[in-house]
Design a protein around this ligand. Structure first.
Ligand SMILES: [Zn+2]
Length: 88
């Protein structure tokens, strides 16, 4: 079981963090105070956030591309209908 001083609350699970239970890696990399047992969850969440950001950017770029394609198709459609009218 846990022993020693309570150093604070974990930013992930909000439970007390006792001496010897905190993640030095999380503190060094992000200055965040968490359990060493919550470290995996924290870094996985961070990785997922990065991935979500990447997907959001990609989604935005694809929407722009689709908008351009639709505009081009619309312009072509207008030309085609003009051509059809001319041929009558
Ligand atoms: Zn925790």
């Amino acid at each position: 079981m846990s022993s020693g001083c309570i150093l604070g609350n974990c930013s992930i699970c909000d439970e007390f963090v006792y001496e010897g239970e905190w993640s030095e890696i999380a503190m060094e990399t992000d200055s965040i105070f968490i359990h060493d047992t919550c470290q995996g969850k924290y870094f996985e969440g961070k990785r997922m956030n990065g991935y979500i950001k990447h997907l959001e950017n990609e989604n935005k770029a694809l929407k722009e591309e689709l908008k351009m394609i639709r505009r081009e198709q619309h312009a072509e459609g207008v030309q085609m209908s003009a051509f059809r009218e001319d041929s009558w």
